[in-house]
Design a protein around this ligand. Structure first.
Ligand code: GLY
Length: 368
């Protein structure tokens, strides 16, 4: 049940290996990258409690030693203080230019450790071992690394591709149903933005996948990674097409800001609602028929996911205030809001031709 997706970026090319049981085989898979049998592993305490022993045993089986830094879990870890801590810890471990740093965890750890690897000695290699569905299908692939600042999320960072990604689909079994479904928001996004057949497959199979079917999980992660790899290969540094991956994200970032980046709304939940609203906006602009947003919403509801503003617990700011928060998004170019809209399921495109009135209409129609 093992799959490999190659990301063909010339001298920065790498493989994403997907399947159950990869943690215990990590040593054999990482060994070819090592100039000496030693790695520095950065993880967080929740992931460490669940997976660190298996990972260390996999390294030890190949005679690879490791030192481990455990950080606190949660988004607050992804800031300057922990970037400094990780970087200085790696220096204390005497990590050299050819050594490999391992990021074992979800998106927070992958983004933070990837950024530390990018700046350490002007760039050391790193391996992503993503443990959340969101990290497996999105953040561990494509080389975006970074941290949050007081001004917003992911505002300091670097493009730094990993040398290898090991997506062990067995570890997804330790996620809470809510975290799994939040990651599923990003899986569904791939179908919506570029593969109608995949979206249809998800309509048929995603419930069984969420219930634990491993073959379906491998297939869904593989197709998502293939799509991400294809887009990143076309546009590594987001000069154009890579922005398609931001389907649903302009709405999502405003909603995350409005809910204080709290437990009220997980990022993947915001993406799911954002996709639903992006299709509603596409219908409002006459690009798709009303059936398309209805189909997106129906799928989210069938999966037991949030699909609308009213599904977010607690009060939200007004539609005008949400629109204002979209203006803070880093996808603003020359003061214009950039949106990813669709001409149909599986056919997304990027546009700056959205007026504030249309966005307000859609937010108001969906409870904003
Ligand atoms: N998560 C969006 C990207 O990697 O471009």
């Amino acid at each position: 049940m093992r799959e490999t997706v190659h990301v063909p970026l010339g001298e920065r090319a790498y493989d994403v290996v997907i399947g159950p049981g990869l943690l215990v085989e990590a040593g054999a898979l990482i060994a070819p990258f090592l100039p000496r049998p030693q790695v520095a592993v950065v993880t967080e305490s929740r992931v460490a409690a669940l997976h660190l022993e298996a990972f260390k045993a996999g390294l030890a089986a190949q005679g690879i030693g490791c030192t481990v830094l455990e950080l606190p879990p949660g988004e607050a870890t992804k800031g300057w203080a922990h970037l400094a801590q990780v970087t200085e810890w790696l220096l204390d471990q005497k990590v050299e230019r050819r050594d490999v740093v391992v990021a074992l965890g979800g998106g927070v750890i992958g983004d933070l450790v990837g950024f530390a690897a990018a700046i350490l000695r002007r760039g050391v290699r790193f391996v992503q071992v993503p443990t959340s569905l969101l990290a497996q299908v999105d953040s561990s692939v494509g080389g975006k690394t970074g941290i949050n600042t007081a001004q917003g999320k992911n505002l300091a960072g670097a493009f730094h591709q990993p040398s290898l990604v090991l997506a062990d689909t067995e570890v997804l079994g330790t996620l809470s149903p809510r975290d799994f479904l939040a990651g599923y928001g990003e899986v569904m996004k791939y179908g919506l933005l570029g593969d109608a057949v995949f979206f249809h497959w998800l309509e048929e199979n995603a419930a069984a996948m969420a219930a634990g079917d491993m073959a379906l999980r491998v297939r869904a992660v593989k197709r998502s990674v293939e799509m991400k790899a294809e887009i990143v290969t076309r546009d590594e540094t987001e000069q154009g097409d890579r922005a398609l991956l931001n389907l649903g994200h302009t709405f999502c970032h405003a909603l995350e800001a409005a809910t204080g980046y709290s437990d009220r709304l997980l990022h993947g939940e915001g993406v799911a609602i954002g996709c639903s609203l992006a299709f509603a906006l596409s219908a409002r602009m006459g690009l798709v028929s009303q059936e398309e947003p209805s189909r997106v919403r129906a799928h989210l509801q069938a999966m037991g996911m949030k699909s609308d503003l009213s599904d977010i617990p607690g009060d939200l700011p007004s539609a005008d205030a949400l629109l204002n928060l979209m203006g803070q998004d880093k996808k603003v170019v020359a003061g214009r809001l950039n949106f990813v809209l669709a001409r149909g399921i599986g056919d997304a495109f990027v546009t700056g031709d959205v007026t504030p009135e249309m966005v307000l209409d859609v937010l108001r129609a969906h409870g904003g």
